[in-house]
Write a protein that binds this ligand. Sequence first.
Ligand SMILES: Cc1cc2nc3c(=O)[nH]c(=O)nc-3n(C[C@H](O)[C@H](O)[C@H](O)COP(=O)(O)OP(=O)(O)OC[C@H]3O[C@@H](n4cnc5c(N)ncnc54)[C@H](O)[C@@H]3O)c2cc1C
Length: 260
Amino acid sequence: MNAEILENTNIRGDYYRIRFRAPLIAAEARPGHFVHVRIDERRDHILRRPFSIMDAQGDAVTLLYKVVGKGTASLSALTTGKCCDLMGPLGRPFTPQPEARALIVAGGYGSAATWQLTRSMPGGVVLLGARSADDLLLAQEYAAAGFEVKLATNDGSAGTRGFVTELIPETVARNEGKPFFVYGCGPKPMLFALAALMRRSGLRGELSLDEIMCCGVGSCFGCVVKVNASELPEKFRYARSCVEGPVFPAEEIYLGEETK
Ligand SMILES: Cc1cc2nc3c(=O)[nH]c(=O)nc-3n(C[C@H](O)[C@H](O)[C@H](O)COP(=O)(O)OP(=O)(O)OC[C@H]3O[C@@H](n4cnc5c(N)ncnc54)[C@H](O)[C@@H]3O)c2cc1C
């Protein structure tokens, strides 16, 4: 559907927030869903670009994006009143677990994919990780939504120096009451490390994999990821992350090669 841009704001550095009028998508959007955006009709942007739906309020959907290449650079140049064609909401979303305590683990713009969970969850813990302080997104917003926020940066410019996954053992050890259920999104190495840690420590949860994708609707097999299939000799099968994901139960993610 053709969606009018209501706002397209630079938050800081390469990061932007864009809001579209898209009532049909907003009405259906759940945490972890994504939209596939046709940025313009030019030949070099023939493929749509996928972005998590950060928020859906009223008739508007909000995305938070980082300029990394040609498509996102063109998106950042679009002004209020222009339109993009949006397909969505797409993919398998998170399944909020009200009987558990939320433990959100997000790297970089991954914190956009998990943000909608704050609309239905009565608080919990959010661990945000990034290369440096400038890449930490939505920390104040999560805190204002009633979540306990802990930060980790690779260069130590905010929070603990190191990887966000290093915050997990102490967070879990101090937890009292309901067990945690993890909702994760971020760069692939972070998610594989998180899945491995969850397996070792018996933590349950779901992780959203941002695999590079083309069609977004399961036809092209361009976005496959390996998932466990113990019945097969090779112990894995390929799953299309656009329709079987992007959110996968953590225990389904195949770690055979990544952990070697
Ligand atoms: C389900 C899903 C949700 C996403 N949500 C967000 C989001 O909320 N915010 C956001 O900023 N980005 C998100 N992305 C990534 C986003 O789609 C890419 O950054 C974007 O398509 C790059 O387009 P481009 O034309 O600017 O870059 P290109 O010129 O196509 O590529 C530039 C660089 O970005 C890398 N890149 C391209 N696609 C991806 C990808 N999917 N993941 C990681 N690196 C990529 C390329 O390898 C290359 O190094 C998401 C991706 C998926 C699959």
